[in-house]
Design a binder for this molecule. Structure first.
Ligand SMILES: NC(=O)N[C@@H](CC(=O)O)C(=O)O
Ligand SMILES: [Zn+2]
Ligand SMILES: [Zn+2]
Length: 443
């Protein structure tokens, strides 16, 4: 295979303009007026070339919940959002707690070809929090799992958490904790505070998140291992992580796009599209999360894309499932909540949505960005576009987006994964073409 591609006149995050020559899945040359015989030319005039986005926290739902999402449809949603790699959470059925399941998920991702799919392994068998899963077998399997999480559930047993941290240290893995003290959140429906009091909904106190984070950074320090905190949602969580980093603890943290933009006032609508775990918090928390991302306390933005079928969302608040889809809107929501507010520059966006999550997941070449010699994972983005987000913009199987009907900035125009296009001019490239290109890339 000697497929070549020229991306013409893209703006890089540092503001410079360049052409990019891509051959056999690698960026081989950057400069002006590049040419190559037989190359496909993509006009990127006026577009920003970001490194392909990497999501550390995606729910793809396969195996087991294919009515909500599959590896194929979820990676199509990812490509539409400018992602070229996703980490698929383990709360499937069966749970991804064995080498067999993680290898199955990775193979489905390879076959689809829309993004690199890295399975996350469960920390405990069946996510039950009772005994450790086959962490070592998943790490040394073909799927080479490096991120382990019981996400959806908290590893609340301190001894199990300690043992898990000790285990992953041997192969440079990381435990991604869903920080939710279960006893403090029994029956919880929304953030605990003034609004929950007014609405008469059971509250979810900030301390339930912060206490687990405090415990786990201390355990990580004690063991000398890496810990990652999923979906930080409170000002206090930012404070705890800031303190831990100041002590040199190897902690990394993520925030979701929705926690950067939306707050608990939306729950007054009783619209279950706003029901999510952890819950939308106060406006002060949103501001603290933006500040924490800006000063580096929070390392990355991760979508927590959580598809649910209509019947689990189109119902009364108390009965509805927790979770929102977020792959297609992530970059636009980050633009609205951090770039347009002056918290981040585009170089920072490239870091928090690509190189930093790639580094945490130990995704080699992905951490390098748009440079000669790096794998050609490139997202061409129109920062000046503005449009009302609507159902046809959703490319996954589920429609539980809180942004439907909302005006958002930016548009993903083209996504290039391993040197071939998965999205061209805003449209998904068809599955057969993508699968063939992916197969050719694998050789
Ligand atoms: N975020 C959610 O509200 N839901 C997630 C689980 C999780 O991320 O904790 C899901 O799997 O639906
Ligand atoms: Zn979670
Ligand atoms: Zn999740």
């Amino acid at each position: 295979m000697n497929e070549s591609l020229i991306v013409r006149g893209a703006a890089l995050v540092d503001g410079s303009r360049t052409d990019l020559l891509v051959r056999d899945g690698v960026i081989v040359e950057m400069g002006h007026a590049l040419s190559a015989s037989g190359a496909t030319v993509i006009d990127a005039d006026g577009l920003l070339a970001l490194p392909g986005l990497v999501d550390l926290h995606t729910h793809l739902r396969e195996p087991g919940f294919e009515q909500s999402e599959t590896v194929l449809t979820g990676s199509q949603a990812a490509a539409a959002g400018g992602f070229t790699a996703v980490h698929a959470m383990a709360n499937t059925s069966p749970v991804a707690d064995t080498a067999g399941v993680v290898e199955q998920v990775a193979s489905l991702g390879d076959a689809a070809g829309y993004a690199t799919v890295r399975p996350v392994g469960a920390v405990t068998v069946g996510l039950r929090g009772e005994s450790l899963a086959e962490i070592r077998a998943m790490a040394s399997s073909r799927a080479a799992v490096r991120v382990f999480s019981d996400d959806g559930k908290c590893v609340s047993d301190a001894l199990l958490m300690r043992r898990a941290l000790e285990y992953v240290k041997a192969f440079d893995g990381v435990i991604a904790q869903h920080a939710q003290e279960p006893r403090l959140t029994e029956g919880a429906q929304m953030n605990e505070g003034v609004v929950s009091g007014e609405l008469g909904l059971a509250g979810w106190p900030a301390v339930a998140e912060e206490a687990i984070i405090a415990r786990d950074v201390l355990l990580a320090e004690h063991v000398g291992s890496r810990v990652h905190i999923c979906h930080l949602s409170t000002a206090g969580s930012v404070e705890v992580v800031r303190w831990a980093k100041s002590r040199g603890i190897a902690v990394t943290a993520e925030v979701t796009p929705h926690h950067l933009l939306l707050d608990e006032e939306l729950v007054r609508s009783y619209d279950a599209r706003y029901k999510v775990n952890p819950p939308l918090r106060r406006a002060e928390d949103v501001m603290a999360l933006r500040a924490g991302l800006a000063d580096g306390t929070i390392d990355i933005v991760a979508t927590d894309h959580a598809p649910h079928p209509v019947e689990d969302k189109d119902c009364e608040w108390g009965a509805a499932a927790f979770g929102m889809v977020g792959l297609e809107t992530a970059l636009s929501v980050v633009q609205a909540s951090t770039v347009e507010t002056g918290h981040l520059a585009w170089t920072d966006v490239a870091r928090v949505l690509s190189s930093a999550p790639a580094a945490i997941g130990r995704l080699g070449g992905y951490a390098r960005g748009v440079v000669v010699g790096a794998p050609a994972n490139i997202t061409l983005y129109d920062t000046a576009a503005r449009s009302v987000f609507s159902t046809p913009d959703l490319r996954g199987k589920s429609t539980n987006s809180p942004y439907l009907g909302r005006e958002l900035p930016g548009r993903v125009v083209t996504t290039i994964h391993n040197g071939y296009a998965t999205v061209l001019d805003g449209a998904l490239v068809d599955p057969e073409t993508v699968a063939r290109a992916a197969g050719a890339h694998r050789g």
